[in-house]
Design a protein around this ligand. Structure first.
Ligand code: DX5
Ligand code: ZN
Length: 222
C-alpha cells in the first residue's frame, strides 16, 4: 500500500495548520517535515518548535527529514517535540551506526537518506537496522526542483535487496514527484512518496493523492 507524505516546505507558513489539515482531508498518510540548517544544505527552514506546534493537532504520522550536519546533536529535541520518524543523511554522519542506534534507543522509527550521487552500498552494514531508506531524487535544499531520473536504478536495487534480505523497511522517495514522475518511482519499487510543490500547489490535492495510491492497484489488476 503506497503512502503519501506531503512536504510542508511548499506550504503557506502563514496558515500552516490549515495547510496541513487540507492535506489530511485530501487523504495524505504522513507529514514530511524538512529540517535544513544552512550548512548541510544551502537553505534554512524549521526546527523542533514547528514539529511541536503540529504534534497532537493532526493525525498524520510525523516524518522528520533532517538535512543538517551532526544530526546526532538534535535527535532528542525532535523526538520530544513529537517526531515519529527521524531520517538522517548518511553523508552527514561520520558514525552512522551510532546515530541509528541512538534513534532506536529513544523508541523512535529510524530512516537514512541518500543524496542522488550516494551509492546504496554505504548502507550495507546498517540496512537490517532501518525502518526506512529515503532515496533523494533531487539534491536536497529546495522544493520545486526537477526529478533526477538517474536515481531510478538505485530505487530498483534497494527494492531487490529488501526482497533478498526479507526486510520490512519502507522505501521512500523525495524530490520532484508529480503527476508525470510518480509512475516511474512506483514502478521502480517506492512505497512512500514525498511531494511538496505538486501537492500544495494543486487545486485539488486529493486527485493527485488518489492517483499516487491507485497505480499499484491498477498494475496488480493487469
Ligand atoms: C528537498 C526536500 C523535499 C522537498 C520536496 O530538499 O527534502 O522534501 O520539499 O519538494 P518537491 O516535491 O517540490 O520537490
Ligand atoms: Zn524531504
Amino acid at each position: 500500500m503506497v503512502r503519501v507524505a506531503p512536504s510542508i516546505l511548499s506550504a503557506d507558513f502563514g496558515c500552516l495548520l490549515d495547510e496541513v489539515k487540507r492535506m489530511e482531508d485530501a487523504g495524505a498518510d504522513w507529514l514530511h517535515i524538512d529540517v535544513m540548517d544552512g550548512h548541510f544544505v544551502p537553505n534554512i527552514t524549521m526546527g523542533p518548535l514547528v514539529v511541536k506546534a503540529l504534534s497532537g493537532r493532526v493525525s498524520l504520522f510525523l516524518d522528520v527529514h533532517l538535512m543538517v550536519e551532526n544530526p546526532g546533536d538534535f535527535l532528542g529535541d525532535f523526538y520530544e517535540a513529537g517526531a515519529q520518524m527521524l531520517t538522517v543523511h548518511a553523508e552527514a554522519c561520520t558514525h552512522l551506526h551510532r546515530v541509528v542506534q541512538s534513534i532506536k534507543e529513544m523508541g523512535c522509527k529510524v530512516g537514512v537518506a541518500l543524496n542522488p550521487s550516494t551509492p546504496l552500498n554505504c548502507l550495507e552494514y546498517v540496512l537490517d537496522e532501518l525502518d526506512l531508506v529515503l532515496i533523494m531524487s533531487v539534491n536536497p535544499g529546495f522544493g520545486g526542483q526537477e526529478f533526477i531520473y538517474s536515481v531510478l536504478p538505485k530505487i530498483k536495487a534497494l527494492a531487490e535487496e529488501k526482497r533478498r534480505r526479507g526486510l520490512s523497511l519502507d522505501i521512500q522517495v523525495d524530490g520532484g514527484i508529480n503527476e508525470h514522475t510518480y509512475v516511474h518511482v512506483l514502478k521502480a519499487g517506492a512505497e512512500v512518496l514525498v511531494a511538496g510543490s505538486a501537492l500544495f500547489k494543486a487545486p485539488e490535492p486529493s486527485k493527485l493523492i488518489t492517483a499516487f495510491k491507485l497505480l499499484p492497484v491498477k498494475e496488480k489488476d493487469v
